[in-house]
Design a protein around this ligand. Sequence first.
Ligand code: C2E
Ligand code: MG
Ligand code: MG
Ligand code: MG
Length: 283
Amino acid sequence: SAKMDGKNTFKLYQTDYSGELSRKLEIHQALQQALGNKESMSVNYQPIIDMQTERIAGFEALLRWNDPTLGTVSPSEFIPIAEESGLIMQLGEWVIRTTCKQFSELYKNCNASPYLSINVSTRQFENESFVRKLSSILEETNFNPKLLKIELTESIMMKDVEKTIEQLKGLNDLGIEVFLDDFGTGYSSLNYLGELPISTLKIDRSFIQGIDDLGKEAIVRTIISMANSLEKGIIAEGVEKECQLLYLLNNGCHNIQGYLFSKPVPFKDIIDLINKGIPGRTS
Ligand code: C2E
Ligand code: MG
Ligand code: MG
Ligand code: MG
């Protein structure tokens, strides 16, 4: 009966809700534990290719977590939980220190100097001591700030404008450029996008995957021309197919990141990737 269905629906909803909640709690608890020794944490690196030079321009650091009981947990699942609970502060600092150390080592053992691009949560970025802490890690690891990029999302624009600009200027003063990540998916005030000291827009993967789709194709073209008018750089993320690459090149976007060239790889494989050059192309 209708009544029965109603009851069942309600019960199902309740069960799902508590299932989701307990998964979150479980992840939160395991994350707290993982932060104790960080043994289950590592960072993979995905190349960003400059098609004009046909070389790797830089690498994006992407956090990986393989928990002894939960197994591999995706950052899209655990990062939001770390943000909500505040654990992101500690986790984020660990990512910065670890990756800066690793890349300092890399620069000593390699002729090329690809930049290091680190994702930073809005919550982490808005903390007043963020710039100071970052600066001290750079000193500690002897890292050239010109080789560091910070990836932030559009959600920084939903915060206090003055404060956001002040923090961004703090990064620029250190010599660090900022990339605006997942561009096009969040809240962007076009009013002051041009005023923000941000060097580069990263077009979100969802638009790149829609390049074969007439409506979305126009969006990609529009974002590229907007970046050009604002005199900002442009990177396409999530490029998987040759046809997407060709479209981007034809429309003036030559910084390419995606599975077409490489998945994120462990640190030990970076030098090989640099030496091998771009697969299927002369370099
Ligand atoms: P993101 O910063 O936009 O990173 C790009 C994501 O797209 C990565 O997922 C990457 O592995 C994936 N990707 C790259 N190329 C392709 C492609 O061609 N096809 C497909 N299907 N995917 C591709 P990942 O590593 O799972 O990270 C997800 C998100 O988690 C990141 O999105 C970022 O927002 C966040 N994240 C990862 N590491 C960190 C970190 O250290 N700190 C913070 N705050 N966030 C992080
Ligand atoms: Mg990113
Ligand atoms: Mg992104
Ligand atoms: Mg993304």
